[in-house]
Design a protein around this ligand. Sequence first.
Ligand code: FE2
Length: 184
Amino acid sequence: MEISKEQIKQIEEFVKSKVNSLDWTHTKAVRNLGLKIAKQEKADKEIIEVTCLLHNVGRHKGREKYKERGADMARKYLEKNNFDQRLIEEVIYCLNADFQIEPKDFKTIEAKIFKDADSIDKISMFGILFFGINNELLVNGDYDKAIEKLMEKTKKKLDRLATKTGKEMGKEKYLEFKKYLAKL
Ligand SMILES: [Fe+2]
């Protein structure tokens, strides 16, 4: 499978037209993490890049069922633009697995890597900031509760990482986060 730079650029434009800049920043980080893990794990870089880029496209209409909506939009986009059918099925498998089954049951290495990349970005400094921005109102100004929720969420993400490279990267981010917290 060969995807051209132009096709990637088109996907980027499509996604950018659908998501806000916060989600787009996360999407780019997930793509970069996914490509790094893919290299180490010798997985299909194209499936991972396309999946990571499209994974939040359903968010333009709010958070409810955005993964389901996103998978449908991704399929329509890829089919309309004549992407290779095998690539489409692999990408859609990753996007559907994300809301249908647990990461430990994912059948392809690409699905595991996509999920790891998505989780690792949420453990990173940006992810923590992202969480803070999104949840500012949920914790009602209670600092301890906010940190406790954040730690819980972060640890859960770390424990669910599926690939060897993902686990190593996630642990590094988690330690950075703890160090940061200790400095506060
Ligand atoms: Fe994500």
